[in-house]
Design a protein around this ligand. Structure first.
Ligand code: DAH
Length: 339
């Protein structure tokens, strides 16, 4: 083995951890390491010399091992030191501006609705957009040939056209009222739900789209009354549309409520700017019809409650003076960026 001091020197001047690993192998490798080979050579020596040389080799081993440990420590502190200065984070650095998106008006409004009613204890419930005729009409007290069906120009699914049972014929739901039925069939009162979602009708012009959004509300309990309905609706609408908005209720007909009401909101701007005059129709509502409760297995002598159904696009159009409902769906950024 060559001089121990030359190895020690090599270790001290190693410039990187990889270089150090190579030197370590050169000395200590189990097959070809210089020290390993020198140890092997001991066997051939006569005993007194063997002892002397053996002790010398052990001292080398210790010296070189210590040198390796020391250099490894030095190198690692150098490298993390370098990293600290080269890679340090300048938190005051101004980043290039990044474009940030925001929610579309419709899902944003739906979230607000869920929040406002959520604070009044309403849970969010969901239902399918492809619905049976039974849940969309029959169980809501609208049997076949009921004239109220005509008002909801329905998309029927072709697949089950020849079926005669309403449970087996399907429509694109014409309103979110189907969720009332689904929820009451599977839950026991008292209950309080809000159901936002898409609905479909064969209709298309500036104020009608074949797909639009509604949210349905339902509250059933022991002695829920029209007074509760008014309080809940007015509280929620003030939150959603503005503190100073005024409302009026008038009678209206919907087969699934008795009595049935419509809620109007007072136009906020100059009367000449309103297309529809001073009072704008906002929603249908009323006390859930006993037949509907019965259809869902709820005893109307024990339970009663109210229901309501709102459009989503309509209040948004009024709030932001949007003249054409179709602008919601075009995805035109010039429109969307205004809100
Ligand atoms: N489903 C009705 C529609 O789309 C709206 C409605 C009216 C819902 C009265 C209700 C209600 O829950 O009580 O025209």
């Amino acid at each position: 083995m060559s001089d121990v001091s030359s190895y020690a020197e090599k270790i001290r001047s190693a410039a990187s951890a990889t270089e150090l690993d190579a030197i370590e192998l050169e000395i200590f490798s189990r097959k070809h390491g210089a020290l390993t080979l020198a140890m092997k050579d001991l066997v051939a020596l006569p005993p007194p010399e063997k002892v002397k040389k053996g002790q010398e080799l052990n001292r080398w081993k210790q010296t070189l091992t210590e040198a390796l440990v020391e250099r490894r420590r030095e190198l690692s502190s150098v490298s993390s030191g370098a990293l600290a200065s080269e890679d340090k984070l300048d938190v005051t650095l101004e980043l290039p501006p990044r474009e940030r998106g925001h929610l579309h008006l419709i899902p944003e409004f739906i979230r607000q609705v869920e929040e406002v009613f959520g604070r009044m204890g309403f849970e969010v419930a969901d239902g399918p957009e492809v619905e049976s005729e039974e849940n969309n009409f029959n169980l809501l007290n609208m049997p076949e040939n009921h004239p109220a069906r005509d008002a909801q120009d329905t998309f029927w699914l072709k697949d089950h056209e020849q079926e005669t049972e309403p449970a087996k014929r399907f429509v694109l739901r014409t309103h979110t009222s189907n969720v009332q039925i689904r929820y009451m069939k599977t839950h026991k009162p008292p209950l309080r739900i809000i159901c936002p979602g898409r609905v479909y009708r064969k209709d298309s012009d500036a104020t009608h789209s074949p797909m639009f959004h509604q949210f349905e509300g339902l509250m059933v309990g022991k002695d829920i009354s029209l007074a509760n309905l008014k309080a809940v609706l007015i509280t929620a609408m003030r939150e959603l549309m503005g503190r100073d908005v005024e409302f009026r209720f008038r009678t209206g007909f919907f087969p699934f409520v008795e009595p049935g009401l419509e809620m109007d909101m007072m136009w906020q701007g100059a009367e000449s700017e309103s297309r529809e005059g001073k009072w704008l129709e906002m929603c249908g509502c009323g006390m859930v019809h006993p037949n509907v409760l019965r259809n869902c297995g709820i005893d109307p002598d024990e339970w009663q409650g109210f229901a309501f159904g709102f459009g989503v696009e309509r209040p948004l159009m009024i709030k932001h003076q949007i003249p054409d409902l179709r602008s919601f769906y075009h995805g035109d950024l010039r429109f969307l960026r205004q809100f």
